[in-house]
Design a protein around this ligand. Sequence first.
Ligand SMILES: [Zn+2]
Length: 226
Amino acid sequence: MSPSPAKSDVTLIAERITNAVMEHRLPPGVKLAEERLAEAFKVSRTKIRHALTVLAKEGLVTLYPNRGAFVASPSTQDARDLFATRRLLEAEVVRSVIARATKADLRKLRAHITKESEARLANDRRAVIKLSGEFHMLLARIGGNRYISKLMDELCPLTCLIISLYDSPHTPACPEDEHIRIVEAIERQDEATATRLMLEHLQHVENELKLSPQDKVDIDWDRMFA
Ligand SMILES: [Zn+2]
């Protein structure tokens, strides 16, 4: 553990790979070759290896002895288990947000919703997917339960991975307008409605999942992290 407040190279590399997964630029099952990543990030292979170990602990990367690291490819059972877990956690998130959110927190939520709408209007699918995931991480942070927040920081990127694996290519990660309705219920302090809307929302996202194989994606390793 680094005591320094500045993020280490390893943390930054792990974050950027996570972002690439959240934006569906790195599809499930793709090999993460150390030498290629070391070139793209202009760092040593040791740092890349450490970053991949961090991501493996979070479930986003799978390490195979003698074969190397691959973007994880969760099964359909994993997908169902993940959504079941999120329904448990996020009902509590909504309750704690209603109990603890300040006016500034509510403004942050509104600002996030605005960014999501702008990305939708601009047809920026990558941004929509990433912002959709980040909405849930933001709610968890505002909820203030750091154990749940830590879990959500891990589960949201995994959800994006599952969506890129099992969703139809043109469905956005979170159905439009559902986030705003959750935020409105939170602003009204209407716990019953906010919790119900969140559970329905997660069910809708899960219902979009399909078992169709996914299209091949061309990956430009050097430009992705430039
Ligand atoms: Zn959502």
